[in-house]
Design a protein around this ligand. Structure first.
Ligand code: ADE
Length: 232
């Protein structure tokens, strides 16, 4: 894979990657700046999408239409949904679900997108395998988990809500873009992977922890992401 799109929701999540790129050309579309250039000899496009599922989906579609990317990686932070997944740990997406998709009033299960053939978007096997190898060889000191990432337009900071995400969706971590990017990738038939580092525990301490640990978590994703791109 030589043409990879990398999406982060916030500047903090993509700035270090942008700084490491060479031969950069910046183009603006839909109020987003697309940084096209090289990283370790690979053609990549790095972009800050903005927060939330709509921004993320628009961004992913532009990467496909305007930059013809062969795969999309979404990087950033997330709230942990499990006791054993701690701040700084990494979660790689096995698959993704949108936890705020709710047509239960129409008889659908929570998270099910009416009239689509699937609502669970499965990450690419090669991207996932390579990311795991990088974690085992390079990121040895960082714990890594592979599991379901659940996304919604909500910052989760309440224990009851957190517990419902585990019960209903069996999520490993929660954030606000991954499943939208996954759905856009699915619709366009291109591979994707979501890489998230834990910034908080998605409970009543989430807001405080987030501010304290965001940058530490981002450092962990950058280390993994750079080596992953190099190996693809
Ligand atoms: N991103 C980081 N932490 C999060 C949380 N607790 N909920 C939603 N998105 C997040």
């Amino acid at each position: 894979m030589n043409h990879i799109g990398i999406i982060g929701a916030m500047d903090e999540e993509v700035n270090i990657m942008k700084e490491r790129m060479e031969d950069v050309i910046i183009t603006k579309k839909a109020s987003m700046e697309f940084y096209k250039g090289k990283l370790s000899g690979k053609d990549i496009v790095v972009v800050r999408s903005g927060i939330g599922k709509v921004n993320a989906a628009v961004c992913a579609q532009i990467l496909v239409d305007e930059y013809q990317v062969e795969g999309i990686i979404n990087t950033g932070v997330a709230g942990s949904l499990r006791n054993e997944i701690n701040i700084g740990d990494i979660v790689l997406s096995k698959d993704t679900v949108q936890h705020d998709m709710d047509a239960t009033g129409f008889g659908y299960e929570p998270g099910v997108i009416p009239r689509m053939d699937t609502s669970t978007f499965i990450a690419d096997t090669l991207l996932l395998k390579t990311a795991r190898e990088v974690c085992e060889e390079v990121n040895k000191d960082i714990n890594v988990f592979v599991g379901r990432i659940v996304s919604g337009d909500q910052f989760i900071s309440e224990r009851g809500k957190k517990e419902s995400l585990v019960k209903l969706f069996d999520g490993y971590c929660t954030e606000m873009e991954g499943a939208a990017i996954a759905q856009a990738a699915y619709l366009n038939n291109i591979p994707f992977l979501i890489i998230r580092a834990i910034s908080d525990k998605a409970d009543n301490s989430a807001e405080m922890d987030y501010s304290e640990f965001e940058m530490k978590a981002i450092e962990h994703t950058v280390k993994l992401l750079h080596e992953l791109v190099t190996r693809l």
